[in-house]
Structure formats: structure tokens, C-alpha cells
Design a protein around this ligand. Structure first.
Ligand code: MN
Length: 134
């Protein structure tokens, strides 16, 4: 077994190339081969969100605190709360983040595809789409 103490894990700021606003990430696991699971705790400050993206093998999001927004392309944006869990199927284009006025932290769990990785990044979410006015 491998124990990782909290004190060994640095919080990193998510890159502006893939996120809008201030987002903090704390890695939980990147399992060694042959396992493929990755997990991280991700905290979005108000107004912050991912770019549009897809996951080659899908993703599970479990909200641990705060209030956020989630949208799959072509569907209405939804509000998500602590305790909610979303599974995003492989290839489904979506974004997730905080609301405009509240923080949101979720655990993101996704498996790596040997060729395609665990995420395919696309363009930023427009203010109109973010606010649900698209
Ligand atoms: Mn996602």
C-alpha cells in the first residue's frame, strides 16, 4: 500500500488555458498501470468554470460543498449541490463550475485512455452560456 499524507500534497491553481476564473486542484490519485483511475478535488471560486470538454472514458463528479452549475451541450444548465453525483458518458461535451455567487468543490474521477488520456479540452464557456442565457 501507499499512504499519501495531506501535508505532502500541494494545492495547484488550474491553468487559465483550460479554465475561466480561479480554480484550485488537489490531486487525490493517479493510479499506476495497469490501473487507470485519476481523481482530484477541484474548487471553483464564484464565476469560475472549466472550458467545454469531453472525457474519452467518461467522468464522475461528486459535489462535496457549495453550489455549482453543470451543462451538457444541447441541454439546460443545471444547479448542483453537496452530495450530488453526475456521471458524464464518454465523448459528451460539457462544462462544470461554481455559480456566479457561490463556491463549489467537487471530486472528479476519470479513467485514462492509453491513447487519448482522460480529457480533451475545447474552447472557453461564453458568459452567455455560463449564465444560462444561451
Ligand atoms: Mn468534465
Amino acid at each position: 500500500m501507499k499512504l499519501t499524507r495531506a501535508r505532502e500534497v500541494a494545492t495547484v491553481t488550474a491553468p487559465a488555458s483550460y479554465f475561466t476564473g480561479t480554480v484550485y486542484q488537489v490531486p487525490i490519485v493517479t493510479a499506476p498501470d495497469p490501473a487507470r483511475v485519476n481523481a482530484a478535488s477541484v474548487t471553483f471560486t464564484p464565476g469560475a468554470r472549466t472550458n467545454w470538454h469531453t472525457h474519452p472514458l467518461g467522468q464522475t463528479l461528486h459535489v462535496v460543498s457549495g453550489t455549482g452549475w453543470f451543462q451538457t451541450e444541447g441541454e439546460a444548465r443545471i444547479e448542483i449541490h453537496a452530495g450530488d453525483t453526475i456521471f458524464i458518458p464518454p465523448g459528451e461535451r460539457h462544462w462544470h463550475g461554481a455559480t456566479a455567487t457561490q463556491m463549489m468543490t467537487h471530486i472528479a474521477i476519470h479513467e485514462r485512455d492509453p491513447a487519448a488520456g482522460h480529457i480533451t479540452w475545447q474552447e472557453p464557456v461564453s458568459e452567455k452560456d455560463y449564465l444560462g442565457e444561451g
